[in-house]
Design a protein around this ligand. Structure first.
Ligand SMILES: NC(=O)c1ccc[n+]([C@@H]2O[C@H](COP(=O)([O-])OP(=O)(O)OC[C@H]3O[C@@H](n4cnc5c(N)ncnc54)[C@H](OP(=O)(O)O)[C@@H]3O)[C@@H](O)[C@H]2O)c1
Length: 315
């Protein structure tokens, strides 16, 4: 089945479901991407910082040479890592990703976080006290450099990730190009209602990351609630004869969000794509809305004192 798309604010179409690749081990991600393409996925969410872009590129190249897809059939996203915020290195950051993926353009390039880190070869540069070694680069200046790589045609669209509403306001004051998306954590326990409404009013779509509650994340505490184990979710899933994961993903799609579940397990990759043969009723959507507890699972370690740390605002 062909995956439905959404038109972004620059008229580029994005498939509403994509495969996440964070924490996908390089030796497993090749098969995962191949399985995803065979299952019908046409959108892969990558990042320089995930350390597996070369392997993602290998899988895409294999599917192109098998004749299953052409380059233009697949929507490729990647992200500018925090150590590349100096405007002068944005293009080289993007070009490194293009080389890793073995392609000559991206479909979407995001600023991964509003926070710049000390430039260099270490992804998580730390000070002796264990906190992040930040850089002073302003994300607004980084954005201006993103606009330049977009104008050069190195990427078909540009966006942001992990930006709060105030940071977006500030960025829009100087931006010539409005970001097409803001990719943020979004699931049943952090449904981002206010941020979604805010972004919508600016023409910015939401990409929901960790839509299953990121069960494999580092730093998960035993007392943390588990999205896919939620009894209320299980009851709704049973009613539709679907899995809890499928309901959690369909919930995002019906809210108009793009969703990017990660898996390296073939059966789950297939399961997470079977979202188009059922519809959650308006009543059940409202019930699921009530599961929100503003529970954020993804915290960049040691960065909470960064001047551009995004999670101190309400939304
Ligand atoms: N922009 C950002 O800062 C940012 C931050 C976080 C994530 N992301 C993006 O969003 C993607 C998704 O987020 P995420 O990886 O944090 O978490 P997620 O997609 O919510 O959850 C992934 C985890 O759920 C398991 N899983 C997948 N499908 C399942 C199913 N049907 N039933 C039960 N378990 C299932 C996976 O296990 P297996 O793989 O073992 O099957 C994996 O451990 C990332 O991969 C990345 O591309 C972006």
């Amino acid at each position: 089945m062909s995956v439905p798309t959404i038109k972004l604010n620059n008229d580029v179409e994005i498939p509403i479901v994509g495969l996440g690749t964070w924490k996908s081990p390089p030796e497993k991600v090749v098969q995962a991407v191949k399985d995803a393409i065979d299952a019908g996925y046409r959108h892969i969410d990558c990042a320089y910082a995930y350390g597996n872009e070369k392997e993602v590129g290998e899988a895409i190249a294999a599917k192109i040479s098998e004749g299953v897809i052409t380059r233009k059939d697949i929507f490729l996203t990647s992200k500018l890592w925090n150590t590349f915020h100096r405007p002068g290195v944005v293009e080289s950051g993007l070009r490194t990703t293009l080389k890793n993926l073995g392609v000559d353009y991206l479909d979407l390039y995001l600023i991964h976080w509003p926070m710049g880190y000390k430039e260099g070869s270490v992804n998580q540069p730390l000070k002796p006290d264990g906190t992040v070694d930040s850089s002073d680069y302003d994300y607004v200046d980084t954005w201006k450099a993103m606009e330049e790589v977009y104008k050069k045609g190195l990427t078909r669209s540009i966006g942001i990730s992990n930006f709060n509403s105030k940071q977006i306001e500030r960025l829009l004051e100087k931006a010539e190009i409005v970001p097409v998306v803001n990719q943020v954590e979004c699931h049943l326990y952090l449904n981002q209602k206010k941020l979604i409404e805010f972004c919508k009013s600016k023409g910015i779509h939401i990409e929901a990351y960790s839509p299953l509650g990121s069960p494999g994340r580092v730093g998960a505490k035993p007392e943390d609630p588990i999205v896919l184990e939620d009894q209320r979710l299980k009851v709704i899933a049973k009613k539709y004869n679907k899995s809890p994961a499928q309901v959690a993903l369909r919930y995002q799609i019906q809210r108009g969000n793009i969703v990017i579940p990660k898996s390296v397990t073939k059966s789950r990759i297939q399961e997470n794509f079977k979202l188009f043969d059922f519809e959650i009723s308006a009543e059940d959507m409202s019930v699921i809305d009530t599961f929100n507890i503003n529970m954020r699972f993804i915290h960049p370690s040691g960065a909470s004192a960064h001047p551009y740390f995004p999670f101190n605002e309400e939304y």
